[in-house]
Design a protein around this ligand. Structure first.
Ligand code: FAD
Ligand code: MLT
Ligand code: ZN
Length: 476
């Protein structure tokens, strides 16, 4: 039997011929790439854990060009892998075999911004950080923020339904994305690019594409509801002794900072060790078993500071928090945020990464890290826990010097069974991609998976869009 994580067999798609290349060069002159050196980076994922062997990279600039590409590929039975910033963590963004890579990198135009409603409409290839800078100049912010902001595209964010560091405050993209324009597998353009807050004219089709990981259509443009930039932003970096204290501090925060709380993130001391070792980042406070990054965003600095002062006093006198620092100035706030945002990068330097992204009832999230450490004994190099505490989302990461099949067999299916037994999700925010596709049944019923497969068959009958991803190899 093959392991659930193993690569599936290549499906009987056509292979790219010289005539196909002629066609692509005609519609995308100078933007049909076949140079192996240029193809190298789009065949390998960010974690350098999976590698495809595509020989063609297409760089369209318009929806019409995407439509022409898909219409042609569908008629020729050529498989297509849509790629944004290639920062995905589940092997979904790179080809498995020789799928054509369709990059959104040149679809990077902002189409409109309405400062009254706060609705931004842009092409799918806009880099998240560029959108954030554009909006900040207009007194607004993006409703999402993540460590990969410098590379990831908004289309990739929508395709993965990325969560990130602000979800606690602004909710998921299922709420903040108001419209999506998609090109379907046969080249038809599905225009659901609404900018309305409310629209109950039947099924909300755009929701299907949010989190569909490139398997149902190519997202070419989106409209996003953007909040106003807060006048007063504060970031605290606090340390505590136990996970129970972390939980109690979270509860205290919700009670005392309620309406101004905009993020509540955590990391453990093992993450801190990796930040020190691999990125030379110094701990801004004294050593503790757990750390929190807490952000508040409000409209009145005096009011917010008074609240923060009362919260800190209560947290210290009730001995929940052992040490901490508070930043108002932007550069210091950024430095504190990097202690949380750069854990992913530190882990990549530590060796081969086994990444788990689960959501669970918040009070149980760290027990998985403790149980995993006990279960593995000394087999792993590092076992670390961090994540979006406010969303009940744990990132459990394990490393070994090189890829180690014996260690993997000790981790899986243990981690999935543990999560499933508590009715958690085996992918809280990263999606399923190639790596997690066969673990879907730990979190979804076979009926639900069959409905997903039916939708896929309806929208992409030949299965050319991101094959081998998201859906499991077998229906139960
Ligand atoms: P890619 O990696 O290029 O693609 C991801 C998937 O979306 C693939 O399946 C691809 O086929 C599909 N896709 C991409 N663009 C389109 C499109 N236009 N139309 C249809 N399908 C498309 N994720 C979180 O949820 N929260 C985090 O906090 C977070 N932090 C991260 C931090 C780091 C340092 C890194 C490396 C990754 C992080 N991620 C996080 C994971 C990742 O999902 C996000 O970075 C991002 O949403 C992916 O966007 P991308 O443009 O890089 O997409
Ligand atoms: C994060 O929250 O840092 C991201 O989801 C990336 C990761 O899980 O490492
Ligand atoms: Zn995350």
């Amino acid at each position: 039997t093959t392991s659930p994580g193993a690569s599936p067999e290549r499906l009987p798609f056509s292979t790219v011929t010289l005539e196909d290349l002629d066609f692509f060069r005609r519609i995308l002159p100078g933007r049909t790439i076949t140079d192996p050196d240029l193809l190298e980076s789009c065949n390998v994922d960010w974690l350098k854990s999976v590698r495809g062997s595509s020989e063609v990279l297409l760089r369209p600039q318009t929806t019409q060009e995407v439509s022409q590409i898909l219409s042609y590929c569908n008629s020729r039975n050529l498989a297509v892998n849509t790629q944004g910033g290639n920062t995905g963590l589940v092997g979904g963004s790179v080809p498995v075999y020789d799928e054509i890579v369709l990059s959104t990198a040149l679809m990077n135009k902002i189409l409109s911004f309405d400062s009254i409603s706060g609705v931004l409409t842009c092409q799918a290839g806009c880099v998240l950080e560029h959108l954030s800078v554009y909006l900040e100049q207009r007194d607004h912010i993006m409703p999402l923020d993540l460590g990969a902001k410098g590379s990831c595209h908004i289309g990739g964010n929508v395709a993965t339904n990325a969560g990130g560091l602000r979800l606690l405050r602004y909710g998921s993209l299922h709420g903040t994305v108001l419209g999506v324009e998609t090109v379907l597998a046969d080249g038809q353009v599905l225009d659901c690019l609404s900018t309305l807050r409310k629209d109950n004219t039947g099924y909300d089709l755009k929701q299907l594409f949010i989190g569909s990981e490139g398997t149902l259509g190519v997202i070419t443009a989106v409209s996003v509801l953007c909040p106003r930039k807060s006048k007063s932003v504060h970031v605290m970096f606090l340390g505590c002794e136990t996970f129970d204290q972390l939980l109690k501090t979270f509860q205290l925060c919700r009670g005392m900072l309620g309406e101004i709380l905009s993020a509540f993130e955590f990391l453990d001391s093992e993450c801190m060790r990796l930040l020190n070792t691999h990125l030379k980042l110094d701990n801004p406070i004294s050593d503790c078993p757990f750390y929190m990054v807490i952000e508040t965003s409000g409209s009145d600095a005096r009011h917010d500071e008074e609240k923060l002062h009362n919260f800190l006093e209560e947290a210290m006198t009730s001995s929940l928090v052992s040490d901490g620092t508070l930043a108002t100035e932007e550069s210091k706030a950024k430095a504190l945020w990097s202690m949380r945002e750069r854990v992913t990068e530190a882990l990549r330097h530590d060796g081969f990464n086994y990444k788990y992204d689960v959501s669970l009832p918040v009070e149980t999230i760290y027990q998985l890290v403790t149980d995993m450490r006990a279960h593995l004994g000394g087999q792993a190099k590092s076992v670390v826990g961090y994540g979006h505490m406010g969303d009940g989302n744990l990132h459990l990461n394990i490393t070994s010097p090189t890829k180690d099949a014996k260690l993997l067999a000790a981790i899986e299916p243990f981690v999935y069974e543990w999560t499933s037994a508590r009715r958690g999700s085996v992918s809280a925010e990263h999606g399923l991609g190639l790596k997690k596709r066969n673990y879907i049944y730990y979190s979804k019923s076979s009926r639900a998976v069959a409905v997903m497969a039916g939708i896929k068959a309806m929208l992409d009958p030949r299965g050319i869009l991101n094959p081998y991803k998201t859906l499991p190899d077998r229906l139960l």
